[in-house]
Design a protein around this ligand. Structure first.
Ligand code: VG1
Ligand code: CO
Length: 552
């Protein structure tokens, strides 16, 4: 043994009374209530399984941080000690442990880390009575694939012990270098690298000129992770007046709110833009900064439309001036982007829900932009969806086109037609009722072919299955689809991110060509499909809910 190895304190092995059997990650990481994560050894069990499964741990570099929610600092210290016991050579963390998901993705790539651990339950509420979560990203900076999370889950089910070292908690409030056993801990400012990346992608001078030209904007960080990033970008660098960033200090419980940027949970911002007259642009991001909501004066931009608009206008941003390789969307996202891709003559892929399915296409250079209906948009600049990137992209387009958000939308629909779209979420449905509804509907699908639904004939009814173009892996059971002869469709899925009961998501879409009525209320335009799926799936009877919890 060398002298330095002798100097390392030996790891301590902590035995578990019994393995945990419920550590199966969902759509995006392991998400449970804070109380579940506070059970002795619960977090440690999952982290041990991650360190046993992730390639390159011994001698590797890891990126670690979170969205600032309750439990973040405790988890960071637990993981640091376990990382030292598992022989990582270095962990990069950010001041106060504040690190957005896209910024983590960037750091992993830039520092050539073996991966990252992001402590977040994203848009789920936080605090002692809220949720906590652990997401694991790989060396490409993106969410680890299902094969990895399955292996981690398997490992937890028979885990007998975990390794850690004795070390005091670190103070994370200032940048600097520390060591735990033989492992280096580098604390850096989490905002710098991300902002530098944004400055490479967009023309900050042009956006600055827009914001100084009577273009008041309101950005709502929802007391979550994007506050420090948004203040630096919008107020310090782009000249927006102080106060443009609202709720900009990350709080452990997000101020008691639900950090989900949609019309229900970000209603304060929505009211400012949709009812008030003081702002020309509004945006919000979620708990971990990977989602975005875009609003104009009296105009809400549906996320599926947002992806289509960014695709159609991509060359206005310096980063995408040479055009796009291709685009992708998740299956429940509307086909608005498909129509644009067709006109541009580029490929358009349809993947299951969850960012991990975009990773291979991005790595292979097949796509440049991608997005989901759930307020997620991103590009090949990182391997996560990126909330602030989307906001800057919109501002870049507005800075060049110098018109209102509503005008951009009208022009877009006049050119490409409009995909009326809505998602109805029924949250916290008793698990049995939700699964009963879903299984019954799945059984009805084969009989629907050729039948009439919402006055049209059903052309296809199935459970979506995906074959990855790059590695040919197959993922089944990704959502029930009822496709109609005129291109309209309904999709029903069960959420993989909720922690209370089950959440049923119903996605509705109907296309109107540019010659049709482009300015209806989506709930009216889709009303026949809404009532048809409600009666076919017996939603009201089976959930006991008269209406959805959230309508987008
Ligand atoms: C939801 C969204 C999905 C998104 C996922 C993670 O998943 O529908 O599009 O990728 O959240 O986003 P589900 O299984 O609940 O429908 V985030 O911002 O939580 O990392
Ligand atoms: Co998120």
């Amino acid at each position: 043994m060398t002298a330095s190895a002798l100097a390392e304190p030996a790891p301590t092995f902590v035995r578990l009374d019994a393995p945990f059997t419920d550590q199966k990650p969902g759509t995006s990481g392991l998400r449970k209530s804070s109380a579940q994560f506070e059970q002795p050894h619960y977090l440690e069990s999952f982290v041990e399984a991650v360190f046993r499964t992730l390639p390159g741990v011994r001698g590797g570099t890891l990126v670690l941080g979170g969205d600032g929610r309750y439990g973040n600092l405790r988890a960071i210290n637990v993981i640091l000690r376990m990382a030292a016991a598992h022989g990582l050579s270095k962990v990069i963390i950010t001041t106060d442990g504040i690190l957005s998901t896209p910024a983590a993705s960037n750091l992993i790539r830039k520092r050539e880390a073996i991966g990252g651990i992001i402590l977040s339950a994203s848009h789920n509420p936080g605090g002692p009575n809220g949720d906590f979560g652990v997401k694991v990203n790989g060396a490409n900076g993106g969410p680890t694939p299902g094969s990895f999370t399955d292996a981690v889950f398997e490992c937890t089910k028979s885990l007998e012990q975990y390794a850690t070292v004795e070390a005091a908690d670190l103070n994370l409030d200032t940048p600097g270098t520390h060591s735990i056993a033989a492992m280096e801990v580098e604390i850096i400012d989490g905002v710098d690298d991300f902002v530098a990346l944004m400055q490479q992608l967009f023309d900050f001078d042009q956006i600055n000129a827009l914001l100084r030209s009577d273009f008041p904007l309101a950005f709502d960080a929802m007391h979550a992770v994007t506050g420090p990033y948004a203040k630096r970008v919008f107020e310090d660098l782009l000249g927006a007046p102080a106060g443009s960033v609202r709720n900009g200090i990350p709080l452990e419980d997000f101020g008691g709110g639900h950090p989900d940027p949609n019309l229900t949970y970000a209603h304060e911002l929505a009211d400012l833009l949709l009812k008030g007259d003081n702002y020309r642009f509004g945006a919000a991001c979620d708990g971990d900064g990977d989602r975005n909501m875009i609003l104009g004066h009296h105009c809400f931009v549906n996320p599926s439309d947002s992806l289509a608009v960014l695709t159609a206008n991509a060359t206005l941003a310096p980063a995408y001036a040479a055009g796009l390789a291709g685009v992708a969307r998740s299956m429940p996202t509307s086909s608005a982007v498909d129509v644009v891709a067709k006109q541009l003559g580029i490929e358009c892929f349809e993947t299951p829900t969850g960012w991990k399915f975009f990773g291979n296409l991005l790595d292979a250079g097949r796509i440049t932009l991608c997005g989901e209906e759930s307020f997620g948009t991103g590009s090949n600049h990182v391997r996560e969806k990126d909330g602030l990137w989307a906001v800057l992209f919109w501002l870049q387009i507005l800075a060049v086109r110098r018109c209102s958000v509503a005008e951009i939308m009208s022009h877009h629909w006049n050119q490409f037609g409009r995909h009326y779209y809505s998602r109805h979420d029924y949250e916290a449905v008793p698990s049995e009722a939700a699964h009963g509804l879903y299984d019954r509907l799945e059984n009805l699908l084969p009989g629907l072919m050729g039948q009439s639904f919402a006055g049209r004939s059903v052309s296809c009814a199935d459970n979506f299955s995906y074959t990855d173009t790059v590695d040919q892996s197959v993922t089944e059971g990704q959502g029930l689809r009822i496709l109609l002869e005129d291109g309209s469709r309904v999709v029903v899925r069960l959420s993989g991110t909720g922690t209370k009961g089950a959440t049923i998501r119903v996605y509705l879409e109907s296309y109107v060509p540019s010659s049709g009525d482009l300015h209806q209320d989506p709930q009216i335009a889709l009303s026949d499909m809404i009532s048809s799926i409600n009666s076919l799936a017996e939603i009201q009877q089976r959930t006991g809910m008269a209406r959805p919890t959230v309508i987008t």
